[in-house]
Design a protein around this ligand. Structure first.
Ligand SMILES: N[C@@H](CCC(=O)N[C@@H](CS)C(=O)NCC(=O)O)C(=O)O
Length: 212
């Protein structure tokens, strides 16, 4: 099967798919799309992804959008235990942290990133930045509590939960903000940064996104 991934590499949601592909050492073709590249409104792209967003993945006759579904699929299809725990009981915690990232953690940190980085300084609202920082910090405190007890979000082993949540780490640790001191999160970040796939997918500069 040949795999194609559409999406700009400075998109956090695309980065999750890149991290999973690189983690599994799968060959794939990458097509930059969205942001400065545009191309999301063509009928061809909309036929694949009716949301007109990135990422989109094609693997043979399967076309898939939603970054978490993509990461979970890659793990299930190609991971054989790596990324995707085979036992439902082991997978439960992984899904819990994955869904929490989609519904709670990522909306918080993305709001912070939009207010602080993507909004031009003249239009920034310090109160909105403060609220987003407080909400994001609360999420990181929850991660700190979990990671004080286990090495990875799912437990003892690395999984797709670490990919979807860990996608925040480069931006969180480089944004111009005051961060709470979180030793377990810092140790988790260091563990993930030891992975080639993390460094390739996630440590991507975002200067091009400032004020846009
Ligand atoms: N829930 C979707 C969100 C996708 C999304 O919002 N993608 C953003 C980039 S992170 C996008 O396509 N923005 C338009 C653009 O890049 O031009 C997912 O996780 O895949």
């Amino acid at each position: 099967m040949s795999i194609t991934l559409w999406g700009r590499l400075n998109s956090a949601n695309v980065q999750k798919a890149v991290w999973a592909l690189e983690e599994l050492e799968l060959p794939y073709e990458h097509v930059p799309l969205g942001g400065a590249w545009g191309g999301l409104d063509t009928p061809e792209y909309r036929a694949m992804n009716p949301n007109g967003l990135v990422p989109t993945l094609r693997d043979g006759d399967l076309t898939l959008w939603e970054s978490h579904a993509i990461v979970r699929y890659l793990g299930a299809e190609y991971g054989s235990g790596l990324l995707f725990p085979m036992e439902a009981r082991d997978r439960a915690a992984v899904d819990q942290w994955t869904d929490w990232t989609a519904t709670t953690f990522q909306p918080a940190w993305i709001a912070l990133f939009w207010n602080l980085v993507r909004t031009p300084p003249v239009k920034q609202d310090p109160a909105a930045i403060g609220r987003a920082l407080a909400a994001t910090s609360r999420c990181f405190e929850i991660l700190e509590s979990r990671l004080s007890a286990v090495s990875y979000l799912g437990g003892a082993s690395f999984s797709y939960a670490d990919i979807v949540a860990g996608a925040a780490l480069y931006r969180w640790s480089t944004m111009d903000i005051e961060r709470p001191v979180l030793p377990a999160v810092a140790a988790w970040h260091e563990r993930l940064d030891g992975r080639r796939a993390f460094r390739k997918a996630i440590n991507v500069p975002y200067d091009e996104l400032r004020g846009r």
